[in-house]
Design a protein around this ligand. Structure first.
Ligand code: CA
Length: 224
């Protein structure tokens, strides 16, 4: 379960350049040239951050974000726009932006701002680490350390642990995990999630002394 960044930018060259640099940092991206299909994508995918141009064919970017905010969508947004007057920037924040980058911009600055927002919203460190107690996940290299010891996890176990750590304090329902970790098109059995959780527990806590993950009976799982 990687970090997913949704980008709306009508200049294809800039869009491709952004996608290239973000993917080099280990982020997944989905790009759009206008806002038309963005709302549907937000319903289908768990998007972590939106990068939004303002001058677009069709709906203007900040008006689009304002309409999303009115519907209760609270995904973080960075506006990236040639509209660079103080009043433009003010308007961007008023309409629901969390940050504002004016064009022309450097990819380096974009990456720094993306990581800063994600650090606040997902508890990711500047090195791309997300952690819980003595466990740390490196989202770039997809490796796991407990204190200073590396732990070997399968892709599925890594994604499962990532989902739990990214949603600390929330009980994750089995259906949520099936949809977001296993994905569509898989066939599941009743015990699919249970079995995977138990295997994950054995790997991260072989002596059964640390109690990282708890089962909420009839609902799902959360970190302790
Ligand atoms: Ca534009």
């Amino acid at each position: 379960m990687n970090t997913l960044i949704l980008i709306v930018e009508d200049e294809q060259d800039i869009l491709e350049l952004m996608e290239y640099h973000l993917s080099k940092e280990g982020f997944e991206t989905i790009g759009f040239l206008n806002t038309k299909r963005v709302e549907a994508a937000l319903e289908e995918e768990r998007v972590d951050l939106i990068l939004m141009d303002r001058n677009l064919p069709g709906t203007e970017g900040s008006e689009f974000i304002a309409s999303l905010r009115r519907k209760g969508v609270n995904t973080p947004v960075i506006f990236i726009s040639a509209k660079d007057k103080d009043s433009d920037i003010e308007q961007g924040f008023e309409r629901g932006g969390d940050d504002y980058l004016t064009k022309p911009f450097s990819m380096k600055e974009l990456i720094l701002r993306v990581k800063a927002i994600l650090r606040r919203t997902q508890k990711i460190s500047s090195e791309g680490l997300i952690s819980y107690r003595d466990i740390s996940l490196n989202l770039g290299s997809r490796t796991v350390m407990i204190e200073t010891d590396p732990v070997e996890l399968t892709k599925l176990e890594f994604d499962l642990l990532h989902a739990l750590i990214a949603n600390q304090n929330i009980v994750l329902e089995r259906d949520y995990l099936l949809e977001h970790v296993w994905g569509e098109g898989e066939t599941y059995q009743d015990r699919t999630v249970n079995v995977a959780i138990n295997r994950l527990k054995e790997k991260i806590d072989p002596t059964k002394t640390k109690e990282y993950i708890k089962t909420v009976r009839g609902v799902g799982y959360s970190l302790c």
